[in-house]
Design a protein around this ligand. Structure first.
Ligand code: MG
Length: 318
């Protein structure tokens, strides 16, 4: 990350003044449940209730396991929570399940997404549909980048994503893709490796190799808008030396969800200009976004999520 990127992200802003806090439940506040780590599975129903009391109204799930047909906690002997049981706990607490993160786990490690693996990938997605209908999700989002060395690889991924979007769409579920920082690596046609965002050089005069493009741009511009949307992880976008606002303005119809992620508690670092990001997201006609806090073994994840909700309830740009 450069100071320049953070400055761009912070243009016209900085820490916004807090307003009179809104009452919990009076406005949408979403949480990516990856945030909670193992704490979610320690008295799950009460953890969900506590989050609702703290202001959360929507979830994006992480960790659904199609082999277990539900959620397995991390311990070997831990019980599985079925999709129906988890949905009931959310309903009882007043939390709507909006989305779910999943990545196919039935490919060889490092296998590329292309015509030879497409059917295997689609087989995986078929196994998650029924339980996600039970959850009542609007969307399923893939959060992991397939192996990509060049522009052709990225275009092949787009074809597979279109097929996944078509399959899920036939079942009433939208398909999205979530970035980390590696999507801002650049590729060229026929290249042998993606150029990491932190190693970008200047193009020299007379350099006749094709202009490198970010993987994220190739994905957005080569997937079918009726089949694939994007969830922008604002923090990882900054870590990829990009300004989330630029992407939100450039692709207002394609980026439909956000990950609201800061260094730890949302708003505490002052480094992310949440006022500008939220304002643009809503101006683009979108309503959903999800708090995400990494560091899932801290032992304080529920506490950090509740602190983050306080910040979001206390700012009327949310
Ligand atoms: Mg994220």
């Amino acid at each position: 990350m450069t100071l320049g990127t953070l400055a761009a992200c912070n243009a016209n802003g900085g820490a916004a003044a807090a307003n009179q806090p809104a009452a919990p439940g009076s406005k949408y506040i979403g949480l990516q449940t990856y945030t909670l780590g193992g704490e979610l599975y320690n008295d799950t129903a009460n953890v969900i209730k506590k989050l609702a009391e703290g202001g959360y109204t929507g979830f994006e799930l992480a960790g659904y396991n199609p082999q277990a047909r539900g959620f397995r906690s991390f311990g070997q002997d831990a019980a599985t929570i079925s999709a129906a049981d988890f949905k009931k706990m959310c309903d009882d607490a007043g939390i709507k399940i909006i989305s779910s993160h999943l990545t196919p786990n039935n490919l060889e490690r490092g296998a590329k997404y292309d015509a030879s693996t497409k059917d295997t990938i689609l087989e995986y997605w078929k196994t998650v549909i029924e339980d996600h209908k039970t959850f009542g999700v609007e969307a399923i989002v893939q959060p992991s980048l397939p192996s990509i060395s060049n522009k052709e690889d990225a275009l092949n991924v787009c074809e597979v994503f279109n097929a996944v979007g078509e399959l899920l769409g036939q079942n009433g579920i939208k398909f999205g893709y979530h970035n980390h920082s590696n999507e801002f690596n650049k590729v060229i046609p026929g290249g042998e490796a993606a150029t990491p965002y932190y190693q970008r050089g200047f193009r020299r005069p007379g350099d006749d190799t094709p202009e490198p493009e970010t993987i994220e741009k190739i994905f957005i511009e080569n997937t079918d808008p009726s089949k694939v949307f994007f969830e922008l992880d604002c923090y990882w976008t900054v870590m990829g030396q990009q300004d989330p606002l630029v992407w939100l303005k450039q692709y207002p119809n394609r980026i439909q969800y956000l990950h609201v992620k800061d260094f730890v508690v949302i708003g505490a670092s002052g480094a992310m200009n949440w006022e500008n990001i939220f304002t643009q997201h809503y101006a683009n006609g979108n309503k959903y976004w999800f708090v995400e806090i990494e560091g899932t073994n801290s032992g304080h994840q529920v506490e950090y999520a509740l602190e983050s909700a306080k910040y979001l309830l206390g700012h009327d740009f949310v």
